[in-house]
Design a protein around this ligand. Structure first.
Ligand SMILES: Cc1cc2nc3c(=O)[nH]c(=O)nc-3n(C[C@H](O)[C@H](O)[C@H](O)COP(=O)(O)OP(=O)(O)OC[C@H]3O[C@@H](n4cnc5c(N)ncnc54)[C@H](O)[C@@H]3O)c2cc1C
Length: 270
């Protein structure tokens, strides 16, 4: 708590505005040229969830992003929506990080900043692993609830009731703070930036840079960047279109089954 206010950290990732990420066929590197960047959609809902808690309980909302300097734009958008502080975790030492090293670094930044609640998106639309949120909670040794579709704070306790999406039903889980929650895009409808917020985001509130030097007491150098990344990418490629396929007319379900079975036999699948 800071001055009696709940401290919320929202982790946001700047992603290309497409879920058809293209890779250089030779180097396997992500091609970002000409693709505009946005805040990852689940993370916008994470920001909105934090701001709704702020509206009701007067929380302090800090937004953090690990990435290159251009992620500054995403952080300013979050400030313009109503977040109080923004940190860009950026250093060439963090380059080449996989999800493990990314989550180690973000956990180190969170430890340095202090928190009662950390909110991440469920999944980023480019990397798509859904690993970073749960890994941050594991590194910090705090409880977590993933797939949140509703978050309520208990007024008298440092605890939340989180409604968690669970296939054909939902679970309601009471979680004591400090804790981490991963937000689904069905959690809420993110608010727009306000005009006053945009002015404040560009004129009044600085985006502070966190380099490794700033968080070195909270994360070991061997756990960051490429050398802290246990994943090795052997090959990456863009999926090619498979073509249209073949259409068959069937007058009944039985005939459709017959056609499918005969085709599978033809290709030695059955
Ligand atoms: C060996 C290897 C090398 C890589 N090298 C690079 C590289 O050089 N440059 C590069 O851009 N990517 C690199 N990546 C990809 C990078 O590791 C992932 O993009 C990153 O770890 C996030 O994983 P994800 O996209 O699957 O996020 P998810 O786990 O799907 O994200 C879940 C949530 O975690 C939070 N989150 C995730 N990432 C961030 C972040 N950076 N900042 C704040 N919050 C975040 C968001 O709230 C997000 O909604 C590399 C990956 C591997 C395996």
């Amino acid at each position: 708590m800071e001055n009696g206010k709940l401290r919320i950290i929202v982790c946001i990732k700047q992603v290309p505005n497409t879920n058809e990420v293209k890779l250089d066929p030779v180097t396997g590197v992500l091609l970002r040229d000409g693709v505009p960047s946005i805040i990852n959609p689940d993370d916008l809902c994470g920001i909105e969830a934090a701001l709704e808690l702020k509206d009701r309980y007067g929380c302090h909302v800090t937004v953090i992003s690990m990435g290159p300097m251009q992620a500054d734009v995403a952080l300013r958008e979050a400030l313009a929506m109503g977040c109080d502080e923004a940190y860009l975790v950026s250093d060439k030492l963090f380059g080449g990080a996989d999800t493990w090293a990314t989550s180690r670094t973000l956990a180190g930044a969170a430890k340095m900043l202090g928190y009662d609640l950390i909110i991440t998106g469920r999944q980023a639309i480019d990397g798509d692993t859904a690993q970073v949120g749960p890994q941050i909670a594991e590194h910090l040794g705090i409880p977590q609830v993933s797939y949140a579709q509703d978050i309520e704070k208990l007024p008298e306790e440092a605890a939340l009731i989180v409604q968690r999406y669970y296939e054909d039903r939902y679970q309601k889980i009471k979680i004591k703070l400090p804790a981490l929650v991963t937000a689904l895009s069905t959690l809420n409808t993110p608010r727009y930036m306000s005009v006053g917020g945009v002015v404040a985001a560009y004129d009044d509130i600085p985006v502070k840079i966190l380099k490794y030097e700033d968080i070195k007491d909270f994360v070991d150098e061997k756990d960051i960047g490429l050398k802290g990344s246990p994943t090795r990418v052997k090959k990456s490629f863009t999926k090619t279109a498979k073509g249209q396929g073949t259409l068959h007319d069937a007058v009944s379900e039985d005939e459709a089954v017959e056609i499918i079975v005969s085709k599978l036999k033809e290709h030695y699948v059955l």
